[in-house]
Write a protein that binds this ligand. Sequence first.
Ligand code: TNX
Length: 519
Amino acid sequence: MKSRFAGTLCIAALLVGCSSTAPTTTPSPVSSATPRLVPAPASMTMSGGDPFTIAATTTIVVDGSNPQAARTAELLAAVLRPSTGFPIPVTGNSGAGSIALRLAPDRASLGDEGYELSVTRDSVRIVAYRPAGLFRATQTVRQLLPPSIESDMKLGGVPWTIPALSISDQPRFAWRGAMLDVARHFFTVDEVKQYVDLLALYKMNVLHLHLSDDQGWRIEIKSHPELTTVGSKTQVGGGPGGFYTQADYADIVRYAQDRYVMIVPEIDMPGHTNAALSAFPALSCSTRPSVLYTGTDVGWSTFCVENEGSYALIDDIVREIAAMTPAPYFHMGGDEVHVLKPAQYQLFVERVQDIVNKHGKQLIGWEEILQSRLKSSSVLQQWRNDSLPGALHSGGKVIVSGARKTYLDMKYTKDTELGLTWAAIIEVRDAYDFNPGAYVKHVSESDILGVEAPMWSETVRNISAVQFLAVPRLQAIAEVGWTPQSVRNWESFRERIATHAPRWNFLGVNYNRSPQIAW
Ligand code: TNX
């Protein structure tokens, strides 16, 4: 989405030194310096020739017989048109001065998301094995252009150049995720879409939505409307809460799909269920009354695990959510249950695993689910322990989201106004400087599906606060997940990411001016 804050335009123009609308200022020449890409590509060679310049005659060339490739071309055009004011047609006919997107079925070595990009004075050429690779490449193209390319107003006097270079790139990990807790505080469909845009710009590919917790139930379930008519009505601090209709959810899924971001739904259970239980008090085995809750304690609510009614309700919920979720996963939460005996908890997780599988999805759960007998298709999301049993669950995969490194709801410093400190204080460098392949004892690189940066929202009351806590740590995690460990370098990152601030201004994205970054 484009900036909704016209007022930031001139600030951004000043920051980047572009002349905006004042023709008297000579645009600064494009330096031949290395482009400031985040995440850093696996390999990049500057060729030193003249750059490619987007002009009134520039076209985007794509084989229209592949609708996904054509959609990616249209999305790139939609970024380039408003700021340049050029028509930038998407066409099937190649010609000079074009940006060409081409699928190469014989280039399997590029993988699902890899791509090659070569830029000369005459053309920009992108080759990928899969449409997702074409899309990732277009985000590289965006970042190679001046930040003002993100403007939703036509800007004169900006040299719309892309340096001459060649890039060959593909991700280190298949799963590069972020989680948004829409339960403790609710965020609108448009706010979630803006977060998806931010993930896509940094080549992240999963948005895990934490759709239920003690304070709120956020997704319409048609067979049990009480979940939202009762359970969605508040949030932490007592605000009005809210929920996504199934049409809203489908809208988010489609929007994310266009950007090759997979929406992974989480319904947290057996604990963190007070909102659901306020709608169905007969299924509660908590000692507290099942009334709406606006505080931040954890661990006290639970479904009655011996009550068959719990599983009937869960079956309906999983069935409806699975049917509207193209991703192969369903996340059952499973964290922090302080009021069940281990045997009760184990049994519950195994029952839910069966329900999730029955509805065609693989189970994901927070690391506590390791206490149960898990199938190898089930995925464990690490968060608290830096050591997990060697054998794991017969070949099952792990998502690394260590709270001391990746939790975006932790404060940057002790003085950060928002955020928590229970796990750590995480400055940008702390988030950047870890190797997921060597972080969790007994979990090796090949066990790891990828990394994820969760944003719990107890202290985060609006989307601007979400962005402040996320940016630029989210970008650090994006690079941790994408860039080969051997290519990553903190000094380089702190300089590259600094140049992205004007882009965030155009996009209306708040961020933290951490003193560790070379702004
Ligand atoms: C722990 S991480 C939780 C959440 C809280 C978060 C706050 C995890 C699986 N559970 O319920 O929101 O800490 O940082």
